[in-house]
Every structure is written in structure tokens, then in C-alpha cells.
Design a protein around this ligand. Structure first.
Ligand code: UDP
Ligand code: MG
Length: 312
């Protein structure tokens, strides 16, 4: 019988966890003739009682494994750790807040069993429950990254997907420190079937993302999967050199022909500000890539584990 690993990153999910476990347990019960299950919960440095909940679950259910980080490393790190420790033939990643309906697991499993697909992924059709700012921002992000990157980012794609062992190993072979999962999933290729569903509300707790966190995450995604911004910076540089050249010619000719003294420092001040601003902007873009390169070369671990169910 095939084994399915359920990887769940958890950050301050003490309220959601029992509900999540109950729901998923029902599904595993229903699918017990088709597949075996294991849970890999990753406690991403929660400051509430998430770890206690996980210890309780692990004592109650032999299928439950957990990894507890030494601090908060972020969802990407938690997913990576979970995938590394999952032993199943098929592996799924799910949020702990039941925004990813566990009932879809059976359909996803059946899809992979046909051997036609290596992955069954989900996307939500609506973004109900998210703020207007977040919705607008997300829409623009997908538009921009589609122009900048060759790696396709599917709009509305969730991290909830069931993958074959082969695909999981491919993802694990990418050991980069700046992990942007949506890009990584797409980068490895393989046949993916998409299923859609209406966005669900969180069962309990609150979202861990705010506008600035999402903004930084979006920049990470762009820097990780495109070098086009560097090219844009170079082009802007060339464009300004060209404009400056034309202006020099005009001023020299004007002075020689009409003996016109150059007048007006306000226009000059504007130009200096503009060029200075663009200069800093381009340096900033380069700096962003340099910073990421710097972090990658340090080769720091993506996560640090403090406790697992084996310590119980
Ligand atoms: N999460 C995590 N580490 C973090 C932030 C979030 O492990 O630093 C987990 C969180 O517990 C949840 C999932 O990632 O299981 C998605 O987070 P959330 O529901 O807050 O995001 P949203 O659904 O609002 O995009
Ligand atoms: Mg959520």
C-alpha cells in the first residue's frame, strides 16, 4: 500500500491544530483501504502552546511525527524541513488552518494513481477574506513576475499539493537558502494537474502575514527567479547616457551659435535629483542581488531542530 506524508508547517496554531487533526483524521479513516498515512508537523518557533499540542498528538497517534525549530525560520524553511523528513511515496503540504480542504486529498491521490500526473496542485478561485490591499497587490505581483521571469507562477496557486517521491526529491535537491516555493515547484517541472476551489476562511487564529512581510516575500520571489531587474537597471543607465549626450550637443551648439549663457539652476537641480534617484534605485537593485548572493555563500542551515517526537 502507498504511504502519504502530510507535511504541516505550524506557527502559533494552538487553536487550529486539534481541529486540523480531527478533520484530516476523518479523511485518513475514509482512505484507510487505499493508503497509509504519516503526519510531519513542523513547529516553526511558535510562542504559544503549539508544541504542547504536537506532543499530545504524537503520544496519542503513532503516525504523528513532529519537528520543533529552535526559533521562527519562516514557512518556507518549515516546508523544506517537513519534506526532508517525510518518508511517504506521496507527499502533501498543507496549512494548519484548514484553508486547504483535506477532503480533496482523495481526489488528489486518485489523480496520481493514474500515473498520468506527478503532482496534483490546487489554486483558489477567489480571494474572499483577504483585504482589498492584499488582493490588489497580489494581482499586480503576478502580472509583474510573469513579465520578469521565465518560471511560470500560477496565479492563486496554494502550497497545498500532493507530489510523487520523485518530484519531492527534485525539490529537495535545490538547497538554496532563499526559498520561494511557488517558483521551486514550477521550476522542477513534472506533469501537474490543477484543481480549483473557493477560498476558505481560517478555522481559528490569525494570518501570520502582514503587508510588509508579503511585500518582502514578493521581492524575494522576483530576485530568486529573475535577473531581468538588473537588465532594466542597465537599460535605464544607457537611456540616460543617451539623453545626456543629446542635451550636451544642444547646449554646445546653442552657446556657440547664440552665445547664450546657460540659465536656470532650477532645471539643473531637478535633473540632478532625477539622475541621483535613478542611480540609487539601480544600485539598490544590484544590492538586492548581492545581498542574496552573500546569504547563499554563507551556507547557513535553512533550519535548526530543537526537538522531535523521538525526544518524548
Ligand atoms: N507559517 C509558518 N511559519 C511562519 C508563518 C506561517 O510555519 O513564519 C505557517 C502557518 O502556521 C500556516 C501556514 O504557514 O500553517 C500559512 O500561514 P497563514 O495561514 O498565516 O497564511 P495565509 O493563509 O494567510 O496566507
Ligand atoms: Mg492560512
Amino acid at each position: 500500500m502507498k504511504k502519504i506524508s502530510i507535511v504541516v508547517p505550524c506557527y502559533n496554531e494552538e487553536e487550529s491544530l486539534p481541529l486540523f487533526y480531527k478533520e484530516v483524521d476523518k479523511v485518513t479513516e475514509k482512505m484507510s483501504k487505499k493508503a497509509d498515512f504519516e503526519f510531519v508537523f513542523v513547529n516553526d518557533g511558535s510562542s504559544d502552546k503549539t508544541l504542547e499540542e504536537l506532543r499530545k498528538l504524537a503520544q496519542k497517534d503513532k503516525r504523528v511525527h513532529y519537528l520543533s525549530f529552535s526559533r521562527n525560520f519562516g514557512k518556507e524553511a518549515a516546508m523544506y524541513a517537513g519534506l526532508e523528513h517525510a518518508k511517504g511515496d506521496y507527499v502533501t503540504t498543507m496549512d494548519a488552518d484548514l484553508q486547504d480542504p483535506p477532503s480533496l486529498l482523495e481526489e488528489m491521490f486518485d489523480t496520481l494513481e493514474t500515473k498520468e500526473y506527478d503532482c496534483c496542485a490546487t489554486k483558489s478561485t477567489s480571494r474572499n477574506g483577504y483585504s482589498f490591499l492584499r488582493k490588489t497587490f497580489t494581482k499586480w505581483f503576478y502580472k509583474i513576475i510573469a513579465k520578469l521571469s521565465k518560471t511560470e507562477m500560477v496565479e492563486g496557486a496554494r502550497d497545498f499539493r500532493l507530489m510523487t517521491r520523485q518530484m519531492v526529491d527534485a525539490i529537495l535537491s535545490m538547497k538554496e537558502y532563499n526559498r520561494y516555493s511557488k517558483g521551486l515547484f514550477s521550476f522542477v517541472g513534472f506533469n501537474t494537474k490543477w484543481i480549483e476551489y473557493e477560498n476558505q476562511d481560517r478555522v481559528a487564529g490569525t494570518t501570520k502575514w502582514n503587508f510588509w512581510k508579503l511585500f518582502a516575500y514578493a521581492i524575494d520571489g522576483i530576485v530568486a527567479f529573475s535577473t531581468t531587474p538588473l537588465l532594466i537597471a542597465a537599460f535605464v543607465g544607457i537611456l540616460f547616457c543617451f539623453i545626456a549626450f543629446v542635451m550636451i550637443v544642444i547646449i554646445v551648439v546653442k552657446t556657440l551659435a547664440f552665445g547664450d549663457p546657460v540659465s536656470g539652476w532650477p532645471s539643473l537641480a531637478c535633473i540632478i535629483f532625477l539622475v541621483g534617484g535613478i542611480n540609487l534605485f539601480c544600485t539598490g537593485i544590484i544590492g538586492e542581488y548581492l545581498a542574496k548572493t552573500y546569504l547563499e555563500t554563507k551556507n547557513r542551515p535553512i533550519y535548526i531542530i530543537k526537538e522531535t517526537e523521538k525526544d518524548l
